[in-house]
Design a protein around this ligand. Structure first.
Ligand SMILES: Cc1cc2nc3c(=O)[nH]c(=O)nc-3n(C[C@H](O)[C@H](O)[C@H](O)COP(=O)(O)O)c2cc1C
Ligand code: SF4
Length: 449
């Protein structure tokens, strides 16, 4: 029995006849939340967002309300809002759906956010490979300006906001917020070191800047619409709202699905929502939050803390398929909810091949500023490639782990962890496969008949 979704962000996206035009959006209550927000104070909006418990949907799951509050109180510089639409994490394909199918929802969320943080100029930094998304956004912005939802004096409120679309530079690292800011300033996307360059204090043009993901900003519209407390009732304590899950890999029905956070377990998602593992195969592993999240192995047990409504916490032991898909449970399991990209692998998957594929990506995408990341990502790629080619050495699994351990925690940005975590977790969890492959001859690639 398929489990019904709880669609909030994608409520209208796939409805027959619903289009990205402003007409469709207005017919469905579009921009009502902006009117409501403008009738109240910026501080009141920020308070609602804090009360909602909204956590960022871009990767780190950081509290949205808390992030906004880091803008210095005595600030006299311009404040910028940036929507991170780079969507570069492999396995993630939700932001593009929102932009293509419901762009005004994002613009409304951005307008409300800008009002709350005191920003008059906002940017949507969209992945360069999404030209159609950029065109759709430009059209939507023009429609919103014409209807006075953007511009100098929005709906006669005295509040003004302009939004510019900026097409990305075609690199994964442009999704990292400080790399993104550098790129937006017209430079190479070299991430900045934190501290001191926390965007909320020293962001775009060294001014306070809030960077939020597309899905996060869409949630703001709904929080204002229903109120922070009501929103917080969706999902679980500390894991509120809904989440779009992008499922790819070895399932019968891959795609994007939206549920209250933690409402489905890994097993329910795979079997009841996605139709089960393909070809009747067995589940081997999943990567729960985009390719940089640590892999989780079927058959393992995980110590998960369950936070109850009264605030108390109980510890339980769960199998992989019983883990609820929420931020805290996946962190307890030793991985992360990340960007919501869930990659399912069945028992036919060769884990050395899978890691080699991931390593190739990260070696290509390192910006090269830090030696451990630049050299280490390349070493990891070369080691897994030589294991596949039959030229591996018995010491390679240990060498892989050692290289990864010397990257994580020693770099300017979190790309270091993003490229080290797959190697650390694959080698640890599938050590037998790595040992066997280290000294095996090259695997024959099956020929098409
Ligand atoms: C290497 C790297 C790549 C990232 N790519 C993205 C991305 O494509 N989209 C995104 O929203 N966040 C990405 N992030 C996270 C951003 O740095 C930032 O935390 C996020 O945009 C904040 O938004 P949120 O608080 O709404 O999640 C990336 C982070 C790292 C370290
Ligand atoms: S960790 Fe990697 S991607 Fe990040 S700044 Fe250093 S070299 Fe660049």
């Amino acid at each position: 029995m398929p489990i019904p979704e709880r669609r909030l962000i994608l409520r209208h996206a796939d409805e027959p006849g619903y289009s990205p035009d402003i007409g469709s959006y207005l017919k469905h209550g579009g921009y009502d939340a902006l009117r409501k927000a403008l009738a109240s104070s910026p501080d009141a909006i920020a308070t609602e967002v804090k009360a909602s418990g909204l956590r960022g949907r871009g990767g780190a799951g950081f509290s949205c309300g808390l992030k906004w509050s880091f803008i210095p109180k005595n600030n006299t510089k311009p404040v910028y809002l940036i929507c991170n639409a780079d969507e570069s994490e492999p396995g993630t394909f939700k932001d593009r759906q929102i932009i293509h199918k419901d762009p005004h929802q994002l613009l409304e969320g951005m307008a409300i956010t800008a009002y709350a943080i005191g920003s008059r100029l906002a940017y949507i930094y969209i992945r360069g490979e999404f030209p159609e998304g950029a065109r759709i956004l430009e059209r939507a912005i023009a429609e919103a300006r014409a209807a006075s939802f953007l511009g100098k004096d929005i709906l006669g409120s005295g509040f003004g906001l302009d939004i510019h679309v900026h097409r990305g530079a075609g690199a994964y690292i442009c999704g990292e917020e400080t790399g993104l800011i550098e790129s937006l300033e017209g430079k190479r996307p070299y991430p900045r070191i934190k501290p001191p360059y926390f965007p909320a204090v020293l962001g775009l043009y060294m001014c306070p800047t809030v960077v939020n993901n597309v899905e996060t900003l869409c949630n703001v519209k709904h929080i204002v619409g229903m109120g922070g407390a009501e929103y917080a009732r969706l999902g679980r304590p500390n894991n509120t709202g809904t989440r779009i899950l992008c499922v790819s890999g070895d399932v019968r029905r891959p795609g994007y699905y939206e549920f209250e956070v933690g409402a489905v377990t890994i097993g329910q998602l795979i079997h009841d929502v996605c139709g089960g593992v393909r070809d009747g195969n067995r589940l081997k592993a999943i990567i729960p939050g985009g390719s940089s999240a640590k892999v989780l192995r079927a058959g393992d047990t995980f110590a998960i803390r369950r936070r109850k409504a009264d605030g108390t916490v109980e510890a339980i032991s769960l199998g992989l398929e019983d883990i609820p898909l929420d931020f805290d449970s996946l962190a307890d399991a030793g991985s992360m909810a990340g960007s919501g990209g869930i990659i399912v692998m069945d028992h036919t998957r060769d884990m050395v091949e899978a890691l080699a594929n991931i390593n190739e990506f990260y070696a290509h995408e390192s910006c090269g500023q830090c030696t451990p990341c630049r050299e280490g990502s390349l070493w990891m790629k070369k080691i897994t490639a030589r294991m596949l080619s039959g030229r591996g050495r018995a010491s390679d699994p240990d060498l892989l782990a050692s290289v990864a351990n010397n990257i994580a925690g020693r770099t300017i940005c979190a790309f270091g962890e993003a490229c080290a975590w797959p190697t650390q977790s694959f080698v640890e969890k599938f050590r037998d496969e790595f040992d066997a492959r280290a000294t095996a001859p090259a695997k024959e690639v099956p020929r098409a008949a």
